[in-house]
Write a protein that binds this ligand. Structure first.
Ligand SMILES: Nc1ncnc2c1ncn2[C@@H]1O[C@H](COP(=O)(O)OP(=O)(O)O)[C@@H](O)[C@H]1O
Ligand SMILES: [Mg+2]
Length: 239
């Protein structure tokens, strides 16, 4: 479904964010992309979504990730960015949710109906008429996820979905992610989040893939995690 080969991202000033990354994601996978700050997780997502120039090749559903294919690719690829404030640009939650589908030709009534279903599914129907700038961080994250689901993507990227959320909101977001039926890639250094939501894990360090494997083979390997600037998930240490 996604085939990444030799992905290299170099920013101005010669900073190499990714170097020679090979990674394959199959349909139905839930992959945790883990690594310390600066490891290159967001750069990988920005490459996949055509937001950053890169070297190497990325294939998405048989289409190469290049400018001319982006409109087609974006129909099937949802991207929940780290800063929900930058994701929402309409005043109200419902307006944000229907914007994409209406733009693609769905009638307003139909889009609202679909939005109501998704809000109910995520148990956030009360946010429908709320203003994006007047809801909490956790509510914003949920609204951002709801907006992405409107486009029925078959792959969804989540960049640090629990960062800066309190424990209650964090749990709400984790439960929502678990219930979403799509191929998922979740980037985070919150290894408890990854443990809860992913079956496979890819470990990045300084722009390179260190290891890809089954969840338990990576998240229970204390030495491997510590060598790469991470710590065992609390759910494993039992602390
Ligand atoms: N727009 C940018 N310009 C220059 N350097 C950047 C830019 N974005 C990220 N970097 C650098 O690239 C490296 C990888 O960053 P990033 O992909 O954001 O990592 P992560 O998401 O794992 O924290 C870091 O060294 C970061 O400082
Ligand atoms: Mg990041």
């Amino acid at each position: 479904m996604i085939d990444i080969k030799g992905l290299t991202v170099e920013y101005e000033g010669g900073i190499k964010a990714l170097e020679g990354v090979d990674l394959t994601i199959s349909e139905g996978d839930s992959l945790g992309l883990i690594g310390a700050n600066g490891a290159g997780k967001s750069s990988l997502f920005r490459s996949l979504t055509g937001l950053t120039a890169f070297k190497g090749s990325i294939m998405f559903n048989g289409l190469e990730v290049v400018k001319k294919n982006m409109p087609e690719i974006r129909k099937n690829l949802g991207y929940v960015i780290q800063e929900s404030d930058d994701q929402m640009f309409m005043p109200k939650v419902i307006e944000d949710m229907i914007f994409g589908p209406v733009n693609y030709g769905t009638s307003k009534d139909e889009a609202v109906k679909k939005a109501e279903e998704i809000l109910a599914q995520l148990e956030i129907s009360h946010l429908k008429e709320r203003y994006n700038h007047k809801i909490s961080g956790g509510e914003k994250k949920m609204a951002a996820i709801a907006t992405i689901l409107m486009m029925k993507p078959n792959v969804i990227l989540f960049d640090e979905p629990t960062s800066s959320l309190d424990p209650h909101n964090r749990r709400t977001v984790i439960n929502a992610i678990k219930r979403i039926d799509a191929t998922k890639i979740i980037a985070s250094h919150d290894l408890d989040l990854i443990y809860d939501t992913c079956e496979k894990v890819a470990l990045l360090n300084k722009g390179r893939i260190v290891k890809v494997g089954e969840r338990d083979d990576i998240l229970r390997d204390k030495d491997l995690l510590e060598e790469n600037g991470l710590e065992l998930p609390l759910s494993i240490t039992g602390r």
